[in-house]
Design a protein around this ligand. Structure first.
Ligand SMILES: CC(C)(COP(=O)(O)OP(=O)(O)OC[C@H]1O[C@@H](n2cnc3c(N)ncnc32)[C@H](O)[C@@H]1OP(=O)(O)O)[C@@H](O)C(=O)NCCC(=O)NCCS
Length: 156
């Protein structure tokens, strides 16, 4: 894929990100207010993927303190259905990991629904490994898994 670019999102991207989020999630989508908060929060990194200038996906993650260490916590990665299986989500996460690494992060976490096969396969491929089962995390009977990746040799 030659014309894929990744850039930091700004407040002007609120509508775009909200639209992508609504298209990707029938339920459990972040609200516009939540996205607005993410775009303004100093500890949150929001990246947008553009294909030939068209926004097709985004990733959001925050820098958090966990057991005395600054870690990266990936909240969401979404790619419009039409543009999936082209490596967009992989690039977004790789770029987020680089941004995290520049802030001193060595470990990334994320949560995913047990039945989200696409996302679980993506994370597995990128080196994320399960370490905690989260019973009823997404509602009664909707279990989650917490995954972790050590950024031992982050890319420059
Ligand atoms: C999960 C999601 C972000 C993947 O985006 P994507 O741009 O298609 O992912 P990539 O092209 O980078 O895929 C990388 C690898 O992930 C795996 N993968 C991605 N989608 C998959 C699917 N539907 N089924 C099985 N494996 C899949 C494959 O190993 C793939 O590599 P390959 O295409 O060479 O086989 C996308 O399906 C999506 O937006 N889903 C809805 C939102 C969502 O569930 N987000 C995750 C919330 S935790």
């Amino acid at each position: 894929m030659t014309d894929l670019s990744i850039r930091r999102a700004s407040a002007e991207d609120l509508e775009t990100i909200h639209k992508i989020e609504k298209e990707c999630f029938l339920s459990e989508a972040f609200t516009k207010e939540q996205i607005e908060y993410f775009l303004a929060a100093p500890n949150v990194i929001n990246l947008i993927a553009e294909l030939n200038g068209k926004p097709v996906g985004f990733v959001t993650g925050s820098l958090e303190k966990y057991e005395g260490e600054v870690v990266g916590h990936i909240y969401s990665v979404d790619v419009l259905e039409k543009y999936r299986r082209r490596g967009v989500a992989s690039r977004l996460i790789e770029e987020l990991e680089k941004a995290f690494a520049q802030e001193g992060v060595r470990t990334c976490y994320l949560e995913v629904k047990v039945d989200n096969i696409a996302a679980r396969s993506l994370y597995e491929k990128l080196g994320y490994r399960a370490f905690e089962v989260l019973l009823n995390y997404y509602g009664i009977g909707a279990h989650g898994i917490r995954l972790r990746k050590r950024l031992s040799n982050p890319s420059p």
